[in-house]
Design a protein around this ligand. Sequence first.
Ligand SMILES: [Zn+2]
Length: 304
Amino acid sequence: MSLAGTLAGALLLATTACGADAGTGAAPDGTPRVVAAFYPLQWLTERVGGPDVEVTSLTTPGVEPHDLELGAHQMAQLEDAALTVYIKGVQPAVDEAVSPDTAFDAATAVTTIPVGGHGEHAHEEGEEDHGHEVSYDPHLWLDPSRFATVATRLGERLAAADPAHAQAYKERAAATAASLTALDQEFGQGLTTCSTRAVVTAHGAFGYLADRYKLKQVGITLDPESEPSPARLAEVAELAKREKVTTIFTEKLVSPKVAEVLAGEVGARTAVLDPLESAPSGDYVSAMRDNLKTLQTALGCTHG
Ligand SMILES: [Zn+2]
């Protein structure tokens, strides 16, 4: 190959990799490009879109999605997407950048709950609510039954955007929804009989899980980066003792320090519960099953 040919090839690769041939919404072979805002939505979109779409994620693995800032690469990705799948309230930068005509907001597909889950966590004076600019809790992917509904709606949305493959989108959406419904049943059965139902977590991402399986989430703080006040810590410690909590939950992307201090104070241990905001080592379903096992052990649930 000539030098010019090599250079042109390299340039073409670079351009394609960044999706800079903006405006078409499709890969060179005509496959629609779909952008997922962060991991659970990427997983869902890949399942429902299958080989009929090209899925990329805006948030790279290991990044706290709430903190995402959009660089030139991500802006180009968004501009060139036939559809962007996101959840309004998770990433303010994404909420601002998407255009309603080419975006699917998963929060519109389900019944949302208030931040903190039914007022369990009253906001402290001056507390930042985790960057969310919406009144509801956006962590809806942590309830598999709601996520099944999102799969169905996403299938309909993709079918409308790409009618030639409508049947395939709807079939894959139905299969994905069925596997999420099965996961929901595992959770329901696995968490029926437990010695405590209080889930004390660092960042309060598990409101939907608590809502669905009648657990009581106690978020130490809603903002993963801020330290709770001594008053809040004392309040949570008191509650943890009253509810016979044996485990304080921490997360991969959040420093375990606060949870460790609290655990030391109430004589509990710590365990990792994955809010799936970033890609797990397995996939959504296997990571949720790990969460279920962790919860069963921590809450003293009898295996049904
Ligand atoms: Zn979060």
